[in-house]
Design a protein around this ligand. Sequence first.
Ligand code: F0G
Length: 364
Amino acid sequence: MAAHKHYTGLITRYRDRLPISDDTRIISLNEGNTPMIKLENIPRLIGKDVTIYVKFEGLNPTGSFKDRGMTMAVTKAVEDGSQAIICASTGNTSASAAAYAARAGIKAFVLIPEGKIALGKLAQTLMYDAKIIQIQGNFDQGMEIVKQIVEHAPVTIVNSINPFRLEGQKTASFEIIDDLGTAPDYHCLPVGNAGNISAYWKGYKEYSISTENHPAVTNKRPVMCGYQAAGAAPFVAGHMIDNPETVATAIRIGRPQSWDFAWAAQKESGGWFNKFSDDEILAAQKLLSQHEGIFCEPASATSLAGALHDLKHGNIPEGSTIVCTLTGNGIKDPDIAIKQCADAKPITIEASLDAVKRAILDSI
Ligand code: F0G
């Protein structure tokens, strides 16, 4: 009988392009290998001849793209003998760190801004049994504390300032090129701490370099478009900001750690940054759910809000192939979703055939 081969995660798949040795114990939850879904209805609705794919990173094991970086960061932390990891987080990094720590059998400490992380992310992080430390401050303040704490406690930082995080995350670009056979013309991403846009750009650049077991794949590179929430848009302002504010709590960040890398991605790719209001972000989130059946979290929809804006204003020409990364799953933030649909409340009726029949005929 032929050996049964199943997908075992991005480190195994792209091992020759990652800093992993043969005897490294790999901490994996079979992350990566996420679908590229071609939008079928939205291009028609906006009347544009364009090909838009969404890379649905919300289908990773903990529901966000963070798992790509975390499998690498935790694998390397364990290889290094670390017994505990730490991160500051707006929610997704903490959930991912907690899950991979559980898998590895080590401890996770997470610093989160009190009252500012989505309910699903809190629930996950509790279930994975991390030590949750809520601070009376925002992500940027948490990040500053985490950077200092490593001098005082035996913990490994697994925020994206840990270079292994970007190593793992760059594999998303490899997958896109493997799927499309080449890079897209434009790549649209939400930008918060700016690790992800930096990692994608690294991945696109590296896939034109041959490795021992893996030939160079393409020289083509996309234009990188980084989109922020209007109240948390330091790249659009051109400087770090205090007191960032947005409904998209995942990207409620004013002092991005990968500042220089992200500017390099923008400049080298001929791309740009732009910002969108909370209303525009939520409208894109709803559009995607209603017309494509794809439910991402608010921050993730910023990539589509940006792509649609830049198509409308001619910054992205018709005929282009665009990839929008949907960074996290919509189920993570039930509060915002339910609030958005306040006018579509479920109806309650008696439990009879007649009542249900009337309810259906009334809405046809
Ligand atoms: N989208 C989601 C859903 C996120 O959780 C984040 C970042 C981003 C986009 C932005 O990515 O920071 O690489 O520019 N979340 C971090 C966290 C900050 O703590 O979960 P970035």
